[in-house]
Write a protein that binds this ligand. Structure first.
Ligand code: SF4
Length: 280
């Protein structure tokens, strides 16, 4: 069996930067709480918990004196609520997410309504909606926003950073076809994360020459799920959270096995998967 890793995979610079910031800060402050898990990966979160970095679900659960905002960012209203608690804040918002937040704000300032292509319940998207200051809506399907777009004369369209390029392009194209005749101006801004895009492209190249693809990442990680979505039409693909999820029945008759990993998957998890596959 040949095992090949995608040319680009795993922990992105945004999550690495956040982990480093938290490691430095926990040495200085002792315990730190994060508003939600730092990233959607259990192994990463458990590793940080051992150092004293503990996630809380919401502000009502905060007990400590230092709170970290995660890579997904937070709305301006959320930041104000934290400020009112009179505790220290460590902001690990990824610079790429910050750029998307700035774009949402600038669109509103230029008198656009803001349509966000993304999962409405995802923490990054909730933050982006906050920057759209009451003039935003999130959707994955143009059908969901037909009524909403009917009252817009200027429409700005951005994306959750980890969506795929082809899905965003398809969404924007359908939107222009459906509402272009009645909206005065549509401004589409590419807020996709290019790190994620490069990982997705590398995964597709590898899937094309593999007989089986394994994606290692959290089941609640948006970008790990997108890697599965883009590889699955090309070849049999499975998402595994840890090596324990590997099922030996997948391998008979498979010679070329490709491996890729979500942007919040720690290097140790990738290496553990490779070691497990080698042992087969
Ligand atoms: S996937 Fe991209 S946007 Fe998300 S944290 Fe990593 S670098 Fe930032």
């Amino acid at each position: 069996m040949n095992i090949e890793k995608a040319e680009q995979l795993g922990l992105c610079f945004g999550v690495r930067r956040a982990v480093e910031l938290l490691k430095e800060s926990v040495t200085r402050y002792g315990e730190i709480e994060t508003l939600g898990p730092l990233a959607h990966n259990r192994m990463l979160v458990e590793g940080l918990a051992e150092l004293g970095v503990r996630p809380v679900h919401d502000l009502s659960e905060v007990r400590g004196r230092v709170l970290a905002v995660t890579t997904h960012g937070i709305s301006p209203a959320g930041l104000s609520e934290i400020a009112a608690l009179d505790i220290a804040v460590i902001d690990t918002t990824c610079p790429i997410v910050r750029k998307a937040q700035k774009t949402a704000r600038e669109l509103v300032e230029a008198d656009f309504d803001v349509l966000i292509f993304g999962e409405a319940e995802h923490s990054e998207v909730r933050g982006l909606l906050g920057y759209a200051a009451g003039r935003g809506v999130a959707a994955l399907d143009t059908g969901q926003v037909e009524d909403w777009t009917a009252s817009s004369s200027r429409l700005g369209v951005i994306s959750q950073t980890t969506q795929t390029q082809s899905a965003f392009a398809g969404f924007a194209g359908r939107l222009v076809t459906k509402v272009g005749h009645r909206v005065k101006e549509i401004r589409i801004v590419n807020t996709l994360c290019q790190v994620t895009r490069r990982q997705q492209e590398a995964a597709v190249r590898l899937a094309r020459r593999s007989e089986l693809m394994l994606v290692i990442g959290g089941s609640s990680s948006a970008n790990a799920r997108h890697l599965v979505e883009i590889c699955a039409p090309l070849v049999e693909t499975h998402l595994v959270e840890t090596v324990e999820d590997v099922d030996t029945s997948w391998f008979p008759g498979k010679q070329n096995v490709g491996v890729t990993a979500g942007a919040s998957t720690p290097d140790e998890a990738v290496e553990a998967l490779i070691a497990r596959l080698m042992s087969l």
